[in-house]
Write a protein that binds this ligand. Sequence first.
Ligand code: GDP
Length: 195
Amino acid sequence: MSSTPLRLRFLASATRLGQLPDSAAEVAVVGRSNVGKSSLINALANTKQLARVSNTPGRTQLINIFEVADGGTIVDLPGYGYAKVPARVRRDWPEMIEGYLLEREPLVQVMVLVDGEIGPTPLDQQMLAWLRANDVPHTVVATKADKVKSSKRPARRRDLAAGCDLDPGDVVWVSAATGAGIDLLRSLIRGHLAT
Ligand code: GDP
């Protein structure tokens, strides 16, 4: 399967929900710091510089919004669990992310990134439980698939899905490094934005 890259254009950074521009439909990407979120957004667009890889803590506090050329927007939410930011900022994060997830009108789907090599952390599990409890539509995307040896993949797929309370077929596995799964994820995102 092959699909053309998502044509993404950086629109704006925001610290508050009210600062975000209108959108016809929006897909949000969320995950703990270092999960590979920036690399994945760059891979979706087939570029190296759209989202910053290995962001400095200052940048990770922002909601970054990208316009998709075919219509709709993609939002890069601040990574959670970054140890090096001041406690005050860390405390504000859940409120900002939760406010966005509950109140953002155009939001149609949340892509929750989980590190494919290490599986869901307690913070990831907390995020998933919260999304379920609040009926926020979401998909689990396992990143860094290339880091899992092929001999270990079947067991890893089962374990990661179980850790997320899902069936293995419900998890989308991707690698920004090799491009595996990126076409599928692009199609899923296009489908969500077309609704
Ligand atoms: P973010 O903090 O979630 O935005 O994560 P980054 O995109 O900055 O990636 C964190 C680290 O993981 C960087 O060193 C990346 O090079 C690495 N990384 C990201 N995606 C992949 C992947 O698909 N495969 C491998 N092997 N490394 C990756």
